[in-house]
Design a protein around this ligand. Structure first.
Ligand code: ZN
Length: 445
């Protein structure tokens, strides 16, 4: 089995159960697994120098809409509130085809990889013009990132009083059939899996109560995870109370949407009772600080969630509402926002990095990821701290205070995806040209 030794790293943030921080240490990769972490390790295989570098587990992205990479900074959506933002973008997304879905996913995953991400989920909830979930799965397979796509859905269109145009919504029985198809076709439950599929109606407002309930039953039957948007902003809470007569947490609980196999994006407006519910049921949260800032949604109570034991990971959210999917920068923003809300000692750089790695892995049900320790998957981010962004730093391992925000090297399942700051698994200039030409076509139409 091939071995790679990352030798003599200045610092290794293991994120193991003791949160050990090692200096002058090595990480030995054998096949797709971490074989050893410590000093003076030997190999007959390849050696990668860790000198001048900080090693962390690969970062984990728990919420994204990869298809949105073709609609960044769209005029008319740049400064709009959530509903106006959606109404500007829906007609553009309605023109997408499988080609847009594939190219957009590859570009988005490349962007994530460069910022240290080794495992990403994705929430694809519209399927125009023959698009399918596997358009994104093929993209992830080519670039080599560990991928947790979710089969999203919308079923309440304009003619039923919903927000999306009718052309972007689907019939609920067809949605359930396709959920079964993609789980049966692509979900791999095994340890070290590179692809796990989840079920993810877009939000409680874009599908019926029955579909929320049926998706939960189907997920339990198939042993896959559930994901949706929840309690994103004040309008969200008001809508829930008016339409369902309860808060989002109660609605989720009634329909089977709590448990350690469920994670909800945003949760900016969870109250104390809902935080307690999430803590008791081990329901996860995908915290998306930049998107929450961008759309003016508020500051999620992450300090209170973490103190209560709620599993929290990070998400860049879709590129139409961030619009920069740099996961390392997201971790920094998470740290800064908790300080805005709760004071300078509310969250350390190390804690934010823990949320970005181990925290996200736990939210996605992947205790085999997010840690640098023997037996875990060989997902490793290597950060060069000898450059401009971290020069003068007294503690380069506090990566989120000074830089860098992009990796030098990145390994996923023991395979090198980024080498010296370049993606190794695809022709990035060619991909960028294709991506730009698709974007131009959308703008001109
Ligand atoms: Zn989202």
């Amino acid at each position: 089995m091939t071995e790679i030794l990352i030798q003599n790293a200045d610092t290794v943030l293991t994120m193991d159960d003791d949160r050990r921080v090692l200096h002058g240490a090595d990480v030995l990769i054998r096949g797709g697994e971490i074989a050893a972490v410590g000093q003076g390790l030997q190999t007959g295989g390849e050696v990668v120098s860790g000198r001048g570098c900080v090693l962390t587990p690969g970062l984990v992205n728990t919420h994204h809409h990869l298809y949105q990479n073709l609609t960044r900074a769209v005029p008319g959506a740049q400064d709009a509130l959530l509903f106006g933002w959606l109404q500007r973008l829906y007609p553009i997304w309605a023109r997408f085809t499988p080609d847009e879905m594939f190219v957009s996913a590859q570009l988005g995953l490349a962007e994530l990889a460069l910022s240290g991400c080794t495992l990403s989920s994705d929430h694809l909830y519209l399927y125009p013009n023959g698009s399918r979930l596997e358009d994104t799965i093929h993209a992830a397979r080519e670039i080599g990132l560990r991928f947790h796509p979710t089969r999203g859905a919308m079923s309440i269109g304009e003619s039923d009083g919903g927000l999306p145009p009718d052309s972007l919504v689907e019939n609920e029985s067809a949605i359930l059939d396709d959920m079964i198809r993609v789980v049966d076709g692509f979900h791999d439950a095994s340890e070290g899996s590179m692809c796990r599929v989840g079920l993810a109606p877009c939000s409680p407002f874009s599908v019926s109560r029955e579909l929320m309930r049926d998706a939960a039953l189907l997920a339990r039957d198939k042993g896959v995870m559930l994901h949706t948007h929840l309690a994103e902003n004040d309008e969200d809470i008001a809508y829930s109370q008016e339409k369902f007569g309860c808060r989002p947490g109660q609605y989720a609980e009634e329909l089977g949407w709590t448990g350690d196999d469920v994670w909800h994006a945003h949760c900016v407006k969870l109250d104390a009772q809902e935080i307690d519910l999430f803590s008791r049921t081990r329901t996860g949260v995908a915290h998306c600080p930049c998107s929450n800032c961008r759309l003016g949604s508020g500051i999620a109570p992450v300090r209170a969630m973490r103190d209560a034991g709620v599993p929290v990971g990070l998400g860049v959210d879709g590129s139409a509402s961030n619009d920069m999917a740099t996961l390392s920068a997201e971790a920094r923003q998470a740290m800064l926002l908790q300080r805005v809300a709760n004071g300078a000692d509310a969250m350390s750089a190390y804690e934010a990095l823990e949320i970005a790695t181990r925290g996200g892995a736990d939210v996605l049900g992947r205790p085999d990821c997010g840690r640098l320790e023997p037996g875990k998957r060989a997902d490793v981010a290597i950060w060069d701290t000898t450059g401009v962004a971290s020069s003068g730093s007294w503690d380069p391992a506090a990566l989120l205070l000074a830089g860098p925000i992009q990796v030098k090297h990145l390994f996923v399942e023991g395979r090198q995806i980024v080498r010296n700051g370049e993606v190794t698994t695809l022709d990035l200039p060619r991909l960028l040209e294709r991506h730009r030409s698709l974007a131009r076509k959308l703008i001109e139409d």
